[in-house]
Unconditional design. Structure first.
Length: 315
């Protein structure tokens, strides 16, 4: 058997899918070989070669696979290795990363140095020794994983921050919360202020809080926990955590808000069950719309699988 050319037309109305998962579905090859296929020009989407395994394939897309099923395509070595972040996208103006849980985005007053911003600065300065420091656009809590964007110049940083201020970027999270939500979707809106213990809490409009708006939809319900997808309209500190905790449904693993209720036997991890899955915004220089997706880490999948077996055993 020689080379194969496979043409795939994604039907209208189909849900978006990561490119690597689509190729795996169509070829049944191993994940390592599939990653290598992207590095060896085997995948084209809408007439353009695709080397990004995380590229989101949309309805109506025209996908072409050209490959030899007997070839063990090897992934090209990546220059960057870090326990703190993975590079998802980079050009001369900005860098998008996937942050691992357990690391601060920026240093605290204790001047902790093992932070995401320090690691990103070190990475950028090694590649562009005479370049300026990276500019911080937004943050994730220490125990939250997922997507963040940094700018490589102050000017680009201000332009991206303006988009965040105007609520234009798309920010979607996946979370597992305690208890079973009564509604399949909803919106939580309040004014958030910082109390004397540096916790966030909802206050009345006249008490000086900042408007916070959180939208959610239920993905999967269990007997005493719920997997939800959360879309941020605003981005206040601890916003998702506070809104769900105040509804009596704190995020599993939360050590700050409704700690007792946030404990769950099937979530033993020292991290929040919260992951920034999607980040979309307009490139401030090219004006191209960028959209990135990183699925939740394996802890989420293990929880859902384990919890299914636990509930099945009770039947």
């Amino acid at each position: 058997m020689g080379n194969i050319t496979k043409v795939i037309k994604i039907p209208q109305g189909s849900p978006e899918m990561r490119a690597d998962l689509l190729v795996q579905r169509e070829t049944s090859l191993s994940r390592s070989v599939i990653r290598g296929m992207f590095d060896h020009d085997c995948v084209s989407i809408d007439g353009m070669l695709c080397d990004d395994i995380g590229y989101l394939v949309l309805a109506g897309a025209h996908v072409v696979l050209k490959y030899d099923p007997k070839t063990r395509y090897k992934e090209k070595p990546r220059a960057h290795k870090s326990s703190i972040f993975d590079v998802i996208f980079e050009d001369e103006h900005l860098i998008v990363v996937n942050k691992q849980a357990g690391y601060l985005t920026v240093p605290t007053n204790a001047q902790e140095t093992n932070t995401l911003v320090d690691a990103v600065k070190s990475y950028v300065n090694r590649r562009q020794p005479r370049g300026p420091d990276v500019a911080i656009i937004h943050r994730l809590d220490r125990d939250t994983s997922g997507l963040l964007v940094f700018a490589k110049t102050a000017k680009v940083g201000f332009q991206i921050k303006d988009q965040f201020a105007d609520r234009k970027p798309e920010r979607v999270y996946v979370a597992i919360v305690s208890g079973k939500l009564k509604q399949s979707s909803g919106t939580m809106e309040s004014f958030l202020a910082t109390d004397k213990d540096l916790n966030q809490r909802s206050v009345t409009e006249g008490e000086g809080g900042k408007l916070a708006i959180t939208h959610y939809s239920v993905v999967q319900s269990f007997s005493d926990a719920t997997l939800v997808r959360v879309t941020l309209e605003t981005g206040r500190r601890n916003q998702i955590r506070v809104h769900f905790a105040e509804q009596g449904h704190p995020i599993l693993g939360d050590q700050r808000y409704e700690v007792e209720t946030a404990r769950h036997r099937s979530w033993p991890h020292r991290r929040l069950a919260l992951h920034a899955e999607v980040l979309g915004f307009r490139h401030p220089v090219t004006e191209k719309m960028l959209r990135f997706m990183v699925p939740p880490p394996s802890e989420f999948e293990r929880f859902c699988s384990k919890y299914k077996s636990l509930t099945a055993d009770k039947k």
